[in-house]
Design a protein around this ligand. Structure first.
Ligand code: ADP
Ligand code: MG
Length: 713
C-alpha cells in the first residue's frame, strides 16, 4: 500500500475544495442538482456532509433475540417486499437471518414510491431501529444499509457503518447511504495529504484535536464509535471557533481603534436620584451600574447587553446611565419596540427625573406631523437631553448633534442591523441593550457574543411568587368563578387568546367572540374590553390607558400585550389554549401580573381535546411554567425544546449557521472555542502573524472574512 500522499497522486488529480460538487467523480448533472437542493454546492460541502449516525456492526443481534421496545441492529437478507395501497400507503420489507424473520415497515406514499425499487430479494443488509411486536417482530421506518455489491473492502474491515442524511430526492439519484459512501470514499482518498488545515497548530495541540484531514476521514469512515465522536467534535469545534472569530472581530471593530466618548465619572444628579428613590438599589443593580459606569468612562464605545427578568428594575439602571451622559453634555436616547412601551417609559422616566432639570422629549411615529416636527427640532438643536421613542428614532430625518448614549429596550426585536443604524446616528455613542427575555447562556455566547453582558439576577425584595395552575377546559366555569371573585375584590384580569390560525383575521374573530361571550354571558355586570393587533396604535394605547386607570375589569387580548405593560392592579392572567404558546411567551405573559402588592395568579387553560394525548413537549412546557418563575431557567428549557436553529444562520444576526455543532450539546466545546478565538484576536487583531494565515484564509473563503471585519491584505 503506497503512502496516502503518494496514492493520491497516483489515483486521480485531486480536486479543489471550492470546486463545484460536479467536479467529484461519480457526481453527474442529476446528482449535482439533487445535492444543490440539499445545500451541498462545493466539494468542501460534500466533505462536510457527514453521517448522521453509525451502525455499529460489532453489536449485531440475531433476530430471534430481538426484544420489543429496544433499539437493535440486525444483519439480514431480503426475503420479500410488498406494497400495501391505502391510506396511508405502506411499504413492507421482510428480511431474515438464520434465526427468524423481521418485518420492516414504512408508511406514506412518498416512502412507497422511494423504496419500491431499492431492495431486491437476496440483498444483504443491515437494519436498525426500535423493535415492536405486531403480527411478528417489526421495525417501523428503520435505518438501513444495503451491503450487497458494495464492492470495496470497507465493510469487511470497517466495524462501523456510516448512515448519511438523505432525502427522497437524493435517493432517487442513488445517493442513499451506500451511494454517498461510494462517492466520498474515493474522494477522500484522492484528497489525502492535500486537505489544508484550518486551525492553528497551537490550538490543535492545546485542545487535543485531530487534524482536519484525519477528522474528515474518521467522520466518514471510523473504526470505532469513539473515533467517530472525536472526529465530529473536531469538526464542531472548527465551526464554533470560526463563529466566535467573527464575534471577536465584530467586537474588536466596535471597541478598539474607534474613538468613543469617555464620560466624566462624577454624576451629582445620579447621586441625587439614588438618594431620593423610595427603595434601596439591590446588590445586583449596584453591580450592574458599576459595570456600565466603568464602560462609559472608558474612551472605547460601550457595547453592553443588560439582561434582567421582568420587574428586575432595569429602568432605574437605564436612567442612571442617562444622567451620566447628560451631565457630560451629551444626549441620551432610549428606544422601545412599540409606542405603548415607549410611552410607558416616557411616563416613568419623566417621573424619576422630575425636578432634576433634565429635558425629556418623546418621539414616535404616531404623533401628528406638526408635533413630530417640533420634537425633531428639539432633538436636532440639542435642547432635548433625553429622547424616548420607538424605531422612529432611527428613521431618516432625526439628527442628534450630541448623541452620547443609546439604550435599546427589548433586544430581541432589534437586530444587528438596527443597532448599527443607531450607532451611525452619532459619533460613536455608547450602546446599552436591555432585554427582559432572559437569554440562555449559550445564546449569550453566540448570537449576542459580541456584546459584554451584565445580568440583573435577583428581583427586588418582597415580590410574591405568582401562583400558576394548569387546568383543563372542563373547569372553565370554576376559572370564571375565580376571576369573578378577584374582580369583586377590586382586582383586574387578563384573558389571552392565542394565535391559532394562519390568518390574523380568523384569530381576531376568535378574540372578538371570546370578548362578546364573556361580556354577554359570563360577566354581564362587569366591564370587558378587547385589545388586538389589528387596532391602530392610538386605539391600543387608549384601551391600555383605560385599563390601567381601572375603567375595565377584564381585558381580553390577542398576544399584543406580551411585553412590558405595567398594570399593578391586575392579578389574574388567564391563557387560553396555553399549549399553543412557547415557553418564553408564556413567561412574558405571566410577567404581566404580580407587579403590585396583591397575590397574583396565572391560569393556563389546556385546549387539547380530552380524547387526544398531550404531546411530550407541551407537557414539559406547562410543567416548567408551574415549577419555576426563574426567567433564566425558563429560557434554557425553551432553547432545549425549540432548538437553536431559529437563532443562528438567520439574517437578523448575520452569523453563519452551524452544520455540525449543536450549541446545546456542544456547550463545553463552545466555551473552549470562544476562549481560543478571543485569545487569537486579542494577540493578533489583524491576523497578520504567519501562524494565523490559515485562519485568515478560512475567514475569507468561507465567511467572506466575517463581512469586512479584518483588512484583507
Ligand atoms: P424591568 O426590569 O421589568 O424594566 P422596572 O424597572 O420596571 O423593571 O422595575 C419594576 C418595579 O420595581 C418598578 O415599580 C420599580 O420602581 C421597582 N424597583 C426597581 N428597583 C427596585 C428596588 N431596588 N427595590 C424595590 N423596588 C424596585
Ligand atoms: Mg422595563
Amino acid at each position: 500500500m503506497p503512502h496516502p500522499a503518494l496514492r493520491a497522486s497516483i489515483t486521480a488529480p485531486s480536486v479543489s475544495l471550492s470546486a463545484p460538487v460536479s467536479a467529484v467523480r461519480g457526481i453527474g448533472e442529476k446528482r449535482a442538482a439533487a445535492l444543490q437542493q440539499a445545500g451541498v454546492h462545493t466539494v468542501e460541502d460534500l466533505l462536510y456532509h457527514i453521517p448522521r449516525q453509525y451502525l455499529d456492526r460489532r453489536q449485531l443481534m440475531p433476530i430471534s433475540r430481538l426484544v420489543p421496545d429496544t433499539t437493535a441492529t440486525v444483519l439480514a437478507t431480503v426475503r420479500r417486499t410488498s406494497v400495501r395501497y391505502g391510506k396511508p400507503g405502506r411499504f413492507e420489507l421482510t428480511v431474515g437471518d438464520e434465526t427468524g424473520f423481521l418485518r420492516c415497515t414504512w408508511f406514506g406514499d412518498r416512502w412507497v414510491r422511494g423504496l419500491r425499487k431499492t431492495f431486491a430479494p437476496g440483498d444483504e443488509l443491515i437494519v436498525s431501529g426500535k423493535v415492536s411486536f405486531f403480527n411478528g417482530k417489526q421495525i417501523i421506518s428503520p435505518e438501513y444499509d444495503i451491503l450487497t455489491g458494495d464492492g470495496d473492502d470497507l465493510l469487511h474491515t470497517g466495524r462501523v457503518i456510516p448512515v448519511y442524511p438523505s432525502s427522497a430526492d437524493l435517493r432517487e439519484v442513488g445517493l442513499d447511504s451506500r451511494g454517498f459512501r461510494r462517492v466520498i470514499k474515493p474522494l477522500l482518498d484522492s484528497l489525502a495529504g492535500t486537505i489544508p488545515e484550518t486551525l492553528p497548530e497551537a490550538i490543535l495541540a492545546a485542545c487535543r484535536l485531530p487534524s482536519l484531514e484525519e477528522a474528515l476521514s474518521h467522520a466518514h469512515f471510523p473504526e470505532t464509535p469513539e473515533e467517530a465522536e472525536r472526529a465530529r467534535a473536531r469538526l464542531a469545534f472548527d465551526e464554533l471557533f470560526y463563529l466566535e472569530m467573527i464575534l471577536a472581530l465584530r467586537k474588536q471593530a466596535v471597541t478598539t481603534g474607534q474613538q468613543g466618548i469617555a464620560f466624566q465619572s462624577k454624576s451629582p444628579l445620579a447621586r441625587q436620584l439614588v438618594d431620593r428613590l423610595p427603595f434601596d438599589l439591590t446588590p445586583a443593580q449596584k453591580r450592574v451600574i458599576r459595570e456600565i459606569h466603568a464602560d462609559m468612562c472608558r474612551p472605547q464605545p460601550m457595547n453592553r447587553l443588560l439582561q434582567g427578568d421582568v420587574g428586575s428594575g432595569k429602568t432605574v439602571v437605564a436612567v442612571l446611565a442617562m444622567l451620566l451622559a447628560v451631565e457630560s453634555g451629551y444626549q441620551a436616547a432610549l428606544m422601545a419596540p412599540t409606542e405603548i412601551l415607549a410611552e410607558q417609559h416616557s411616563f416613568v422616566i419623566r417621573d424619576l427625573l422630575d425636578g432634576l432639570g433634565v429635558t425629556v422629549t418623546f418621539l414616535v411615529g404616531g404623533l401628528p406631523a406638526k408635533e413630530r416636527a417640533t420634537r425633531r427640532d428639539e432633538v436636532a438643536t440639542g435642547a432635548a437631553q433625553v429622547v424616548i421613542g420607538t424605531h422612529a428614532l432611527i428613521q431618516e430625518g432625526v439628527t442628534f448633534p450630541k448623541l452620547g448614549l443609546v439604550i435599546i429596550d427589548e433586544q430581541h426585536r432589534f437586530g444587528v442591523v438596527q443597532r448599527a443604524a443607531l450607532r451611525a446616528k452619532g459619533g460613536m455613542p455608547d450602546v446599552l441593550v436591555m432585554t427582559a427575555t432572559p437569554i440562555p447562556r449559550t445564546l449569550a455566547l453566540t448570537v449576542y457574543g459580541d456584546l459584554d453582558v451584565s445580568v440583573l439576577d435577583a428581583l427586588p425584595p418582597g415580590r410574591k411568587p405568582i401562583t400558576t395552575r394548569w387546568v383543563s377546559d372542563a373547569t372553565r366555569t370554576e376559572v370564571y368563578g375565580f376571576v369573578r371573585s378577584q374582580v369583586e375584590h377590586g382586582r383586574q384580569a387578563y384573558v389571552v387568546c392565542p394565535l391559532v390560525e394562519e390568518s390574523e383575521k380568523v384569530d381576531l374573530k376568535a378574540a372578538i367572540a371570546m370578548a362578546d361571550h364573556l361580556q354577554q354571558e359570563v360577566f354581564p355586570d362587569r366591564r370587558v374590553a378587547l385589545l388586538h393587533g389589528r387596532m391602530k396604535a392610538e386605539e391600543k394605547d387608549a384601551i391600555m390607558h383605560r385599563f390601567k386607570a381601572g375603567a375595565f375589569d377584564i381585558l381580553v387580548s390577542t398576544t399584543v400585550i406580551e411585553v412590558g405593560i405595567d398594570v399593578p392592579n391586575a392579578t389574574v392572567m388567564v391563557i387560553e389554549q396555553a399549549e399553543r404558546f412557547g415557553l418564553a411567551q408564556l413567561h412574558q405573559l405571566r410577567g404581566r401580573v404580580g407587579r403590585g402588592e396583591h397575590q397574583s395568579f396565572c391560569i393556563l387553560i389546556n385546549g387539547v381535546d380530552p380524547g387526544q394525548p398531550i404531546p411530550d413537549d407541551t407537557l414539559r412546557r406547562l410543567e416548567v411554567m408551574a415549577e419555576t418563575q426563574d426567567g433564566f431557567r425558563i429560557a434554557d428549557e425553551d432553547l432545549k425544546l425549540r432548538g437553536p436553529g431559529e437563532f443562528l444562520g438567520t439574517r437578523q444576526h448575520g452569523l453563519p449557521g452551524l452544520r455540525i455543532a449543536d450549541i446545546i450539546r456542544d456547550h463545553a466545546l463552545l466555551l473552549t472555542a470562544r476562549r481560543e478565538a478571543f485569545a487569537v484576536v486579542e494577540r493578533d487583531g489583524q491576523l497578520a502573524r504567519p501562524e494565523h494565515r490559515a485562519v485568515r484564509e478560512v475567514l475569507k473563503r468561507r465567511y467572506m472574512d466575517g463581512v469586512g471585519l479584518i483588512e484583507v491584505g
